[in-house]
Design a protein around this ligand. Sequence first.
Ligand SMILES: NC(=O)c1ccc[n+]([C@@H]2O[C@H](COP(=O)([O-])OP(=O)(O)OC[C@H]3O[C@@H](n4cnc5c(N)ncnc54)[C@H](O)[C@@H]3O)[C@@H](O)[C@H]2O)c1
Length: 80
Amino acid sequence: MKIAIVGTGYVGLVTGTCFSEMGIDVTCVDVQESKIKSLKKGIIPIYEPGLEDMVHRNYTAGRLKFATDLEECLDEVEVV
Ligand SMILES: NC(=O)c1ccc[n+]([C@@H]2O[C@H](COP(=O)([O-])OP(=O)(O)OC[C@H]3O[C@@H](n4cnc5c(N)ncnc54)[C@H](O)[C@@H]3O)[C@@H](O)[C@H]2O)c1
C-alpha cells in the first residue's frame, strides 16, 4: 500500500515513519524545503526515542520518501 502524510513535524514524521516500519510505502510531504532537504540527508528535526534509526532504516530501504509537492505524489498514493 502507498500513502502520503502531510507535514513532517511531531505527528507526521512519527506516524509516517511507523507506517513505513510496518511495510507501507510512505511519502512524507512538507512545505518547508529546508526540512525536507535535511531529512533526505538523515537529519531529524525532532527527538523521539528510536526515531532516527527507524527513519534511516526505512529511507535506505526505499519505503520512506520525502517530498515538498503533494500534488506530484497524488497519482501514486491511495491514502493521504
Ligand atoms: N503534537 C501533538 O501532540 C498534537 C496533538 C494533537 C493535535 N496536534 C495537531 O496536529 C497537527 C500537527 O502537529 P505537530 O505537532 O506535528 O506540528 P509541527 O509544527 O511539529 O509540524 C507541522 C508540520 O506541517 C508542515 N506543514 C504546514 N502546512 C503544510 C502544508 N500545507 N503542506 C505540507 N506541510 C505543511 C509544517 O511545515 C510542519 O513541518 C497540528 O494541527 C496540531 O495542532 C498535535
